[in-house]
Design a protein around this ligand. Sequence first.
Ligand SMILES: Nc1nc2c(ncn2[C@@H]2O[C@H](COP(=O)(O)OP(=O)(O)OP(=O)(O)O)[C@@H](O)[C@H]2O)c(=O)[nH]1
Ligand SMILES: [Mg+2]
Length: 392
Amino acid sequence: MSTTQATPAALPESGAHTEPTVSVVIPCLNEEANIETCVTRALGVLAENGLSGEVVVADNASEDRSAELAEAAGARVVSEPRRGYGSAYLAGLAAARGRYIVMADADLTYDWAEIPRFVAELEAGGEMVIGDRMDNIHPGAMPWLHRYVGNPVLTGLLNLFFRTGVNDAHCGMRAVRREVLPRLDLRTTGMEFASEMVIRAAKEGLDIRQFPIEYHPRGGESKLSSFRDGWRHLRFLLVHSPTHLFVVPGAALFVLGAIAAAISLTGVEVFGREWQLHAIVAAALAMIVGTQVLALGLCAHAYGTYFLGDKDPWFDRMRARFRLEHGLMLGGAVGLVGAVIAGVIVVEWIDRGFGELSEERLMVVAATLIIVGVQVFFSSFLLSILGLRRAR
Ligand SMILES: Nc1nc2c(ncn2[C@@H]2O[C@H](COP(=O)(O)OP(=O)(O)OP(=O)(O)O)[C@@H](O)[C@H]2O)c(=O)[nH]1
Ligand SMILES: [Mg+2]
């Protein structure tokens, strides 16, 4: 990682008069204890490093004197009445005029002296730069729950789902070239904005860079709510990854159910006993639910690909290979096998003069196959309907 400092001489001349080099954007909700210091320090660092720039404070309808103090300290203040970290940033980013945008909280947790390092990384070709606080958290700066549970778990899931390579996805000090903002197309209004930015950058294949920074205890009151904001992040990750939300659990459930059904039907002993009726009912449940969840996942993928502009090579290969008719034939065949098994059992029952029967396990299998067949058949039509007015 480069640690060189940005110099004005390194910047191209064009546009130098119309756009400042750097916009420092600060979201602010009731931060009167800190905002003046933040603005003064940010402006000071820009001046000391010969960077032309501005400080934009996105005031989230603060009920204290934050806006007034920010303005007096030399910031351009934009007001966003809709509450939320993301809402504040969306307003601040829209108002920023600089070629490079550096973002950080209004709470003195981040060092404003790091601004030139972030700018230097952008100048060196980075498109998004994010700090990594995890090895430099000062005592009292981050609660235990966030340090050892919330941040590692959410960042781990984010990287499992989206492979961003970012170590600290919730770090609030970051920088981005203003020209890439339209591609990022950011929309979320709450704290999950932090995740959205990293995920969108990774999906767009931006050059993302990171380096360690210090994290200090906060001045003023925290606006973060551990569980509500943690859930908003998690929810965002899940709904943007149908593969992990539906396809993987659905397929796993179906396969486990099929294995359990095979064990029960063949009568082999596993864990020292034969698996009887209870086992096959559980197996049927897993196969039916698994198929349903898998089908929902395919529909979610279709919606994402056709209407949200998602690019998913796995789904693209699937739809190149399989057509509606394949799904109808598969569903029809599975359902037919189930119907034939059920028919055989009925014939046997008739044979016995409508007397007692003990084909419970086979009947559960027949019913399961019919249900799964119907699910596959109609889900195939639903997938096809989703593609009727597709963008591409
Ligand atoms: N949470 C939150 N923050 C907002 C909102 N509007 C603006 N902000 C600002 O966004 C920044 C982030 O909020 P913080 O309370 O610092 O949250 P955090 O950095 O995750 O948590 P701390 O480690 O306690 O600072 C601060 O500068 C807030 O003033 C809002 O509606 N909700
Ligand atoms: Mg903060």
